[in-house]
Structure formats: C-alpha cells, structure tokens
Design a protein around this ligand. Structure first.
Ligand code: ZN
Length: 378
C-alpha cells in the first residue's frame, strides 16, 4: 500500500519466500483480515453461485482473500523492483493488516526517480485490473473462476485508485511530493506539502462518507465507518511521521559537533567533584574531562551522575567515581556533522562524547542533551 522506511521490529511475521531476491513476510494480523474478507465476501459468492454448497462458497471467498493479498504483494514488488533498478537497497516486503509495506532503505536521489518508484505500484494494480476485466469477459458467468476474476479486477482497481490519492503516506502522496520537489527544487518542501495533503485526506476519509450518508438520509453503516476510521488513522499517523522526518531534516544543518560542543576542563580523577565544578565555573566550561597524570583524557564526567549527587556530598565524591571511561567509540572528531554525527552517536549511546581535532587535541565535550535540544519541538 505504501512505500516507506519505518523502523520495524526485526521479526515482522512469517517468511514466505524471496521473489526477485526480496524477502517477503506475512504478519499474523493478515489472518484477521483474511477471516474478515472471507466472512463479508461469502454472501456475494453464495448469491452468484446459488447451486454450490455453503462450504464451497466460504472456500471461494477465502481463495479471493489470498488472491487479493497476492495482488498487493505484486504491487509492492513493482515498487521494489523499480527501486532496485535505481540502486536503492530493499530490505523486505511485509504484508499486514492494511496491505503491504516495502522497506526501501534509501530515498531516491531525484524527483523523477521518486515518482517512478511511487507510481510503479498503482500502475501494476491498474494493469492487473485491466487484465482481470478482459479475462472476466471471456469466462462463463456463474462459474467459480468468473466470480474470482471479476472480484479481483474490481479490488485491484480500488487498490490502484486508492493508492493514487495525493497524500502521504500513500503512493499518490509520494508522486505529489516528487512534483513539488521538482518545482521547488527542495525535497523538504515536497514532503511538507504531501504530508499536509495526507492529513487533509484523512479528515476527508472520515467526514466524507459520514456527510454523504447523512445528506442522503441513510444511516451510516458501522462497518463502513470502522474501515474509514481505520484507514484515516493509518493515513494521519503516516502523514504525521513524514512531517516529523521533514522537520528533523530541516534542522540537520544546525547539527555540527563543533558548534554544539561545550568547553571542557581537564582534572585528575582524585579531585573532589565540588572543586572540579568550581574550576569549571571559573573557566566558564560546561564539561569535565578526567585526565591521567600525563594529561591524556581517560574518562568524561557524566552530567546525569553529577546532578544525581546531592550538593552536600559533592566535596566528598571524587570526579573519577562519576566518570565514564573513554572507550574509542566515545571519542568523536570535532568536524562531524549531520547524519554522520547522529550515526556515530547511535553506534555508542552515551550522555557525553569527547570531541578531538584531527591531530588528537581535545576540542571539547559533546553532550547528547544539547544535540537533542536541536530537535526539541519537532
Ligand atoms: Zn504502493
């Protein structure tokens, strides 16, 4: 249904195979949908195949549910094959409650490629609908193949058209994003526009059917309302997630280790905390680095450990006891910035990092809380 790069748990369900080398998983939530589809579709099958036993009509309805998911899988495969054509790594496809999700690990570099990856899915659904339409015309009415093919072309048409709706996280939203990106030459502006369209779509999806039902004097059916609320929340959540990503990216240029760094003072480990804090204040430094007697850094005093130490205990606690030993991963280059800085920090989560110059000289201390502050309110 959508192409996105969410952080999902490592085991998304049952692994079904590797078409085109892309691992496909089916989430157990799919069974709920399969049961629901079988249950709602069976009366229609029974009406079209009046001389068949009830159990057969249930089987046909279930086969339809499976075929529908195969169509969704083909839709996702279309996204993935085009993405791979552009050299984008594809992690996997997961089929779940509301359809399918392709996890493509990098975004296309140009708006034209973004458009192509996004359009491939709905295009394939529409082609399947077309083929199904022609095939259903050739099959004799009142037979099981006709019932299945007819229903499949209709549902692929719905899947194709629904995904073309212009709002993130739907494919149409990604196509809109590509268009705005092309015109404004700014992918961030494209994301913002398409995400706000997505939020608008979510509202229309809930209000629209309700207003339509009320204006024609009908009682809105609970199952229709349930589906529209479910779809609308899926779209709203996806759009909001895209907005957040866009805002984070917009702040990336501010993310430079050098400008975020605090000045640090060097102290040896046996110095009492109170004394070290006095020296830091005097030097207008925001961090304390523990050095050995040769003056080389061996640890960083943890700010959270300092805050947790009561005022009256500070003269009696040594800085060494509140410091985290400097492993190589906690020493970062002062000229790191943006995504590379975040990657280095993610690789070794800590409250503080030592920043050094190329030659190894100490530049200062990077405090994780200062980095997080760049993204506050996002
Ligand atoms: Zn799609």
């Amino acid at each position: 249904m959508s192409t996105q790069t969410p952080q999902r748990p490592e085991s998304p369900g049952l692994r079904m195979g590797r078409p085109f080398g892309i691992p496909v998983y089916v989430s157990p939530t799919w069974l709920i949908v399969a049961a629901f589809i079988t249950y709602t579709f069976q009366p229609q099958v029974a009406a079209e195949l009046p001389d068949r036993e009830t159990v057969i009509t249930y089987v046909v309805a279930f086969v339809f549910a499976v075929f529908l998911y195969v169509s969704v899988l083909l839709h996702e495969l279309a996204h993935c094959v085009v993405a791979r054509h552009f050299g984008l790594p594809v992690k996997r496809i997961t089929l779940y409650l509301l359809g399918g999700v392709s996890e493509i690990e990098r975004e296309p570099e140009t708006p034209a490629r973004e458009f192509a990856v996004a359009f491939a899915g709905p295009l394939l659904s529409l082609v399947l609908a077309g083929v199904g339409f022609v095939a259903s015309d050739l099959l004799p009415v009142g037979t099981i193949p006709h019932v299945l093919v007819w229903q499949l072309w209709v549902s692929n048409l719905i899947v194709g058209v629904f995904n073309l709706l212009p709002g993130l996280p739907l494919d149409g939203g990604r196509m809109l994003r590509a268009g705005v990106w092309k015109v404004t030459r700014n992918s961030g502006t494209g994301t913002l526009a398409a995400a706000w369209f997505g939020r608008g779509l979510a509202v229309v999806l809930v209000v629209g059917p309700l207003a339509l039902a009320l204006s024609t004097g009908q009682e809105p059916s609970w199952s229709m309302m349930l589906w529209s609320v479910l779809l609308a929340s899926f779209i709203w959540i996806g759009a909001s997630q895209s907005l957040r990503v866009a805002r984070v990216r917009a702040r990336m240029p501010q993310l430079q280790a050098r400008t975020l760094a605090r000045r640090a003072i060097p102290v040896t480990s046996e110095v009492p905390l109170a004394e070290a804090m006095r020296r830091a204040r005097q030097a207008e430094a925001g961090a304390i680095v523990v050095v050995d007697h040769e003056g080389s850094p061996i640890a960083i005093v943890s700010e959270s450990a300092v805050t947790a130490t009561p005022e009256q205990r500070r003269p009696w606690v040594t800085v060494g006891s509140l410091a985290r030993t400097l492993e190589p991963s906690l020493v970062l280059r002062a000229d790191l910035s943006g995504e590379a800085l975040l990657d280095a920090m993610r690789g070794a989560p800590s409250g503080e990092y030592l920043l050094v110059e190329r030659g190894g000289d100490i530049f200062g201390v990077l405090v994780t809380a200062d980095v997080n502050r760049v993204f506050s309110g996002v």
